[in-house]
Design a protein around this ligand. Structure first.
Ligand code: ZN
Ligand code: ZN
Length: 348
């Protein structure tokens, strides 16, 4: 049986639509028919073939790691899933036997593989997924919402950490990419006090409002810090969620964090070294926690609870829908200079 797929065929920019055999599953794997897939920043790096992609990706590779679909075949050792299940995917593939895996930290496995980066991904009609990475959805969930649970889970983990609370606390979210927009919604759904959103792209102002932000400030507003200190009665925010990896955002975030506050770092810097004012953090008695992936599966259960409560609606962040064959349009839309989009989904 054959299927269509978007493949990074050679070590250069772009990708191509190809016809390849439907992959075979092993005993611990599921074959999933992809209903919908969403594009991540990582995919844009792979598509553009930047220096990160050149150092990490080995073509030929079918990429993509955010999706939802239907299980059509299960391996002989699979216990928790059956044909017809509607699933989403945890993109971090743990080995199951390293130190972290044996200490409840599979998401940062010592031999971690990432779907669509180290293994064949989901920009295709079918994808193979290890059982340990499958998450069962309610059949009533909209497929595109089910697909974006992977990046939404990053936001849930950034907001709630291992065991954090934001109820009644003032939160500053830096960054207006999908992760930042999701983090605004998750903070509100988790009963945060004031959610202050620091944004770069004006197109995303309306989405930020729809996600529930109380105050929006442009990242380059010269009054940025004064406005935040004023909005928090001179105290500073209880929680900073850093979703950009940008030097200015990190420095501003530390400055507007209250003494004893929490700084959650999720953004990845493109610069080789970031200047972190550790002294300021120490004198504030502040805490910094670093976020990679999603807790398996604590974060997913928390996310399901927030979605089922009706308080968290990620839909406003999904701005564009394309057919998988239109991937070139989808990637062009994503990289448009004025960022007139947020999360983009594609349907095979
Ligand atoms: Zn992703
Ligand atoms: Zn491991």
């Amino acid at each position: 049986m054959k299927m269509k797929a978007i493949m990074k065929s050679r070590p250069s920019a772009g990708a191509e639509l190809v016809t390849v055999p439907v992959p075979q599953i092993g005993p611990n794997e599921l074959l999933v028919k992809v209903k919908v897939t969403s594009i991540c920043g990582t995919d844009a790096h792979i598509y553009a073939w930047d220096s990160w992609a050149q150092s990490r990706i080995k073509p030929p590779l079918v990429f993509g790691h955010e999706f939802a679909g239907e299980v059509v075949e299960v391996g002989s050792f699979v216990k928790g899933f059956k044909q017809g299940d509607f699933i989403s995917a945890e993109s971090h593939i743990p080995c199951g036997y390293c130190y972290q895996c044996r200490n409840d930290q599979q998401h940062i496995c010592g031999n971690l593989k990432i779907l669509g980066v180290d293994t064949a991904g989901c920009f295709a009609d079918y994808v193979v997924l290890p059982e340990v990475c499958a998450w069962k959805n309610d059949k009533s969930m909209k497929p595109e919402i089910a697909s974006v649970q992977e990046p939404l889970g990053n936001a849930v983990y950034t907001v709630l950490g291992e065991d954090e609370d934001v109820a009644g606390q003032n939160v500053a979210v830096f960054g207006c990419g999908p992760a930042g927009l999701f983090a605004v919604g998750v903070s509100k759904a988790a009963s945060a006090g004031k959610v202050i959103h620091i944004i770069k792209h004006d197109f995303r102002r309306t989405i930020s409002q729809q996600m529930g932000s109380d105050l929006i400030i442009a990242y380059n507003d010269p009054q940025l810090k004064d406005k935040i200190i004023q909005a928090t009665n001179g105290v500073g925010v209880d929680v900073v969620l850093e979703m950009t990896g940008n030097q200015k955002a990190i420095s501003d975030g530390i400055d507007i964090l209250r003494k004893g506050g929490r700084f959650s770092a999720f953004g990845i810097a493109s610069e080789p070294l970031i200047n972190l004012n550790l002294n300021a953090m120490v004198f504030k008695g502040a805490r910094i926690i670093c976020i990679n992936g999603r807790l398996m599966y604590r974060t997913w259960y928390q996310m399901a609870g927030l979605l089922n409560s009706g308080r968290l609606n990620p839909a406003p962040v999904i701005t564009h829908k394309f057919k998988l064959e239109e991937f070139e349009k989808a990637f062009a839309q994503m990289k448009s200079s004025d960022r007139q989009s947020a999360k983009i989904v594609m349907f095979p």
